[in-house]
Design a protein around this ligand. Structure first.
Ligand SMILES: Cc1cc2nc3c(=O)[nH]c(=O)nc-3n(C[C@H](O)[C@H](O)[C@H](O)COP(=O)(O)OP(=O)(O)OC[C@H]3O[C@@H](n4cnc5c(N)ncnc54)[C@H](O)[C@@H]3O)c2cc1C
Length: 468
């Protein structure tokens, strides 16, 4: 029996172990899996907290249905019927700028009407199709890309808030190729973003005419999808479906090589042996585990920074919020100088996130551009969010319900040169046969990306075992 140890019981580790078990069985290989998770419960960044009738997401509040990976995982886990799709409000997204919540325009005419971007800013955006595509293959920061193709105002009011919404990151330091590889490809393939949109729309129309594609109301962004009892249903169900052992409270300290196998030393002093080790732990944690095994690899891993973040849930009686809440929520450009990054109107997009007659607003604080926010006291956090909600949404009332979730290391940052670092990882791993890496530190931070990377690494693990 071959033993495969997976370190880290977040969605990456859980879905890796699940895929290894399935693929090994299909290949007729006898494999025993062991997932080692440091915390007392599996799920990693996925955690749903239900209190006083509010359903608060500690981390992610869903995944997008425009990619198949998580949906396929749900099918395999038998939980399709538990899925909860966000309602139409989720399409209405807002940006707070110069004292006003502006609806993010969804099409050209709405964009022209919108007061979010000034006329000079719109004129600059209109130049995008005439800007030559970049020839160099070097990596570029998100900010440089946006300034070059779309102008400074679009960077400040559209791109930077989006980057903070996904990565809690700073576009001045982050890699276009690693954060948004498709956008980099579109510029290279079609010569620009507008040109790409026009050509792709034509292609889609032709495919619909020929019956090769179906028209989708969801648009390219997809629909935010969760579960009736919150996103934790996904990790709980995945954990329960594992045939092998899932050990919680098992913090790995070091990985060593011994006689062609691996020795995994845990903080409690115990040692596990395995033929294969897949790390699905955060990069900084893996860095510590391989310090003795390969100091160079450890150093490279340690160089991936994580942005810190507070997630602050406020519950109110509906009547105390004197404005409509038809929407997904809003993001705030850094220039506005607010204490929060934005607020999601969770109870507006999913029906059962707040008790009857109440609403749940979830604000994000911190990120790469305001790392000190995670060190503020609870009172300071509450005061900052209250003050921002008063200014932005006109909410004067005190919240009836407050929960603060702190993530010291919330989201990995794919900095300029991240792709080069991934290649260096591949080189180091060639000298460590049987050790594999996955997780959100490398190939995408969305739940879909994590599940996709897990499927790929499981495929490689089984391929490796077949060749042995
Ligand atoms: C606030 C927030 C909101 C988000 N919102 C969304 C969203 O709406 N949609 C979306 O798609 N994505 C979202 N994301 C991103 C997504 O949640 C994460 O990228 C994803 O859950 C990461 O999964 P993972 O398994 O790779 O890592 P993690 O969830 O971080 O799991 C790693 C696991 O390794 C364990 N571990 C660490 N050290 C050790 C050790 N030494 N030994 C053993 N185990 C160890 C940890 O305890 C953890 O359980 C959000 C993230 C955050 C923080």
């Amino acid at each position: 029996m071959t033993k495969v140890a997976v370190i880290g019981g977040g969605i990456s580790g859980l879905s890796t172990a699940f895929a290894v078990e399935r693929l090994a069985e299909e290949a007729g290989l006898a494999v025993e899996t062991l997932v080692l998770e440091k915390e007392g419960t599996p799920g990693g960044k996925i955690r749903t907290v239900s209190e006083e009738g509010y359903l608060c997401e500690w981390g992610p509040n869903g995944f997008l249905d425009n990619k198949p990976m998580t949906l396929e995982l749900c099918d395999r886990l038998g939980i399709r019927d538990r899925l909860l799709r966000s309602n139409d409000n989720a399409r209405k997204r807002f940006i707070y700028s110069e004292g006003v919540l502006h609806r993010l325009p969804e099409n050209g005419p709405a964009f022209l009407k919108s007061k979010l971007v000034s006329w000079p800013g719109k004129a600059r955006l209109a130049c995008e199709p005439f800007i030559a595509a970049r020839r160099s293959d070097d990596d570029e920061t998100l900010a440089d890309f946006a300034r070059r193709r779309l102008g400074q105002e679009a960077l400040d009011k559209l791109i930077a808030p989006m980057v903070s919404g996904i990565f809690a990151g700073d576009p001045e330091t982050m890699s276009l190729k690693s954060c948004f590889p498709r956008i980099d490809e579109l510029e290279r393939e079609y010569g620009g973003l507008v040109k790409a949109m026009v050509r792709l729309a034509k292609k889609k129309k032709a495919e619909i005419r020929e019956g090769k594609a179906v028209a989708s109301a969801a648009g390219p962004g997809g629909i935010l999808t969760s579960f009736l009892d919150g996103i934790q249903e996904l990790s709980d169900r995945n954990a329960a479906a594992l045939k092998g052992e899932l050990r919680t409270g098992a913090e790995v300290e070091a990985i060593r090589r011994r006689d062609g196998r691996f020795e995994i030393r845990l903080v409690d002093g115990s040692v596990e042996e395995a033929d294969i080790v897949v790390s699905a732990a955060p990069a900084h944690a893996l860095s510590g585990m391989v310090r003795e095994l390969d100091p160079g690899f450890s150093e490279l891993l340690g160089a991936i920074p994580y942005s810190p973040m507070n997630v602050v849930c406020f519950g109110y009686e509906r009547e105390k919020v004197k404005r409509d809440l038809d929407g997904f929520g809003y993001l705030i450009p850094k220039k506005e100088g607010r204490g929060i990054l934005g607020t999601l109107w969770d109870s507006s997009i999913f029906p059962n996130r707040a008790p009857q007659g109440k609403v749940l607003l979830r604000s994000m604080m911190g990120g790469a551009t305001n790392p000190g926010a995670v060190r503020l006291s609870d009172a300071e956090v509450t005061q900052t969010v209250r003050s921002d909600l008063r200014t932005i949404m006109g909410i004067e009332a005190e919240p009836d319900f407050v929960r603060i979730f702190r993530h010291e290391e919330a989201i990995p940052q794919y900095l300029l040169g991240h792709g080069r670092r991934l290649k260096a990882f591949d080189e180091r791993l060639k000298d460590l046969p049987g050790l594999f890496i996955t997780g959100n530190a490398f190939f995408g931070v969305g739940l879909n990306d994590c599940v996709n990377a897990s499927n790929r690494v499981a495929d490689r693990v089984v391929g490796f075992l077949q060749k042995r």
